[in-house]
Design a protein around this ligand. Structure first.
Ligand code: NAG
Ligand code: NAG
Length: 279
């Protein structure tokens, strides 16, 4: 008699913990329209939600160069990052794709952070490139490779961020930087669906909007609503935008068109808003 309710309970529990889709926000207008979706989304990514005074790595000892791109992190005293850096407990994961500009990573390493750079074009599987700076020949993906495909047949390995954290035995990342040429949307979705964002402090992502991105489908309004919904899920997880940067040096394109005065590329920085972060 008791077995059935228990089984039923377990069944519901499993259903609740495995999420396959993010929650889609209502359309921006009663009838779906690209104009309304785009203006809601572009306004969202152009508006910071929490203030941060100190965003410049230059204020840290051991770091003097100016970076080309504003990979902004928040170093205000009321947030934990600056304290983690001072006590040399800070950890940065940087996801890239053969991008040469590593000034931000070098700066973070010389400021006292343990830096892990994930790049499928790295020359060795794992190598130490400087004090507190490691390179890994890994591409961070939104799924793990199919176990049916032998690892040696894959040119470089792909893994989900949660898998890498488990394998490295890392509980927390203080800063996650991602510069992954449109893979950021599905990676972000994976981090949200698997609750991996809860292990992350600040997020600094370059987002691309000149096309839907890898494996994002639907008409233009659907795509923009999906992007917006993803960012709202992040907000639901307590992340707040503290810096947004519109890259005017990149083509000014929005879903393959010159429209809405948008750039193809924005750099967005979030932090968990709770003032008493546990890490
Ligand atoms: C786009 O797709 C959605 C969902 O399938 C649909 O409701 C909408 O009418 C389509 N067209 C436009 C212009 O949004
Ligand atoms: C277009 O964007 C640029 C740069 O962000 C801004 O300076 C300009 O005022 C915008 N133009 C319009 C018409 O909104």
């Amino acid at each position: 008699m008791l077995a059935l309710p228990l089984r039923y309970f377990l069944f519901c529990f499993v259903l609740q913990t495995v999420r396959w889709h993010i929650e889609l926000q209502p359309w921006a207008s009663p009838t779906p329209s690209l104009n309304y979706e785009a203006s809601r989304f572009l306004k969202y990514i152009s508006t910071s939600q929490i203030s941060c005074e100190h965003m410049n790595l230059n204020s840290l000892k051991g770091y003097s160069k100016t970076t080309k791109k504003p990979w902004s992190i928040c170093l205000d005293e009321r947030f934990s990052l600056i304290h983690r850096i001072r006590s040399k407990q800070c950890r940065l994961y940087s996801l890239g794709l053969g991008n040469d500009d590593s000034q931000f990573e070098l700066g973070m390493a010389s400021s006292g952070c343990e830096v892990h750079r994930f790049d499928p074009s790295a020359r060795a599987a794992h190598s130490q490139e400087g004090p507190r700076l490691w390179y890994h020949r890994l591409s961070i993906d939104w799924r793990d490779p199919n176990p049916a495909v032998a690892a040696h047949r894959l040119r470089s390995s792909t893994k989900k961020l949660g898998t890498v954290l488990n394998e490295f035995g890392h509980q927390k990342i203080d800063v996650l930087k991602a510069d992954v040429e449109s893979a950021e949307w599905k990676i972000l979705e994976n981090l949200i669906l698997e609750d991996v964002v809860e292990q992350i402090g600040q997020l600094v992502f370059e987002v691309h909007i000149h096309w839907p991105g890898f494996e994002v489908s639907g008409n233009d309004s659907t795509v923009v609503r999906y992007w917006y919904s993803l960012l709202r899920e992040l907000e639901l997880k307590d992340f707040r935008l503290f810096h947004t940067y519109k890259d005017l040096s990149k083509p000014q394109m929005f879903l393959k068109k010159e429209a809405f005065n948008a750039s193809s590329c924005y750099t967005l920085s979030w932090l968990p808003s709770a003032l008493t972060q546990v890490f």
